[in-house]
Design a protein around this ligand. Sequence first.
Ligand code: MRU
Length: 355
Amino acid sequence: MRVGDTHYRTLWPREERSPVLQIIDQRQLPHHFVVADLRDISDTARAIRDMYVRGAGLIGATAAYGMYQAASAGMDLQEAGNLLTATRPTAMNLQWAVARMQAAATEGKDLYTEAMAIADEDADWCRRIGEHGAPLLEAIAARRSGPVNILTHCNAGWLAFVDHGSATAPIYRAHDAGIDVHVWVDETRPRNQGAQLTMWELMEHGVPCTLITDNAGGHLMQHGQVDICLVGSDRTTRAGDVGNKIGTYLKALAAGDNDVPFYAAMPSSTIDWSISDGVAGIPIEQRDNDEVLRARGLLDDDIVEPLLAPSGAKAANYAFDVTPSRLVTGIITERGISDAGEDGFAALFPERFEN
Ligand code: MRU
């Protein structure tokens, strides 16, 4: 994706087969564009846990490289996998990538090649999500004048993957094809991925967008200002329950009440084929309460974290929630758009439903 005039992916090896992985340090965005070196699996595990890198696909691709780093250093791959999967418990792509690297090692495959294949595949699957999703936006544009107003939550953009993004891929594709699109971006407290990351990448690409508070979406939907909700996912069940950034469920409830179509976009690497009931089965990460108690932003060229609540205030920080499939209009995957449910997924991914 574009940063100024340069095309970037979100991770790349320092040089061919180097154990050093280079990433964009997303904690510094949108104020500073900083590339960081992850020299070994400890660096990589810390970068995932502390969210230098974040977002479904990018966590998976980074973890895959971490497994290559571990193998290069002669580390036991079971131990390496345990270290990495403990960092972000909700993220399905993390488990998926670690398991795939462990299987590749068992089969005697070259782990550098496998890690690069996971990254390439992530970018390609997101590109295809864009191909399948853009017609939804084109259809809205064709039936009325004015911009297609899309509401998105958190950052399911290229920064959350290797390239293109999931929820943003149809938006970029439609915009590049000349469709008039406009994106309402939820700020996404407490870490503000919407305000800091989605706004930055949409603006870099020239997509019209407006930042809103997390609670504004329902009001906009009641007033006909949202044509479609497009969100990502960190883990979705085989029955189509969508785990995503905290606050997604409330947007889906408001969308349902206002007849606004609600789509989740994700590569199949985000689908947890082993569970059906998302509310009972998707592990919800709880993060440091300081993320809730403090804000983070730029003041006089320094990134500062002022205290919001009274000193000593109690807080809770649930990072994700689950939107039941009944509230989801459809799921956009690399193979096409599916109804949210086992029948829909079975049509697109029959191999997952064979006995
Ligand atoms: O905590 P994060 O930033 O890693 O959360 C992941 C997300 O960005 C969102 O939940 C997103 O909608 C799904 S990942 C494409």
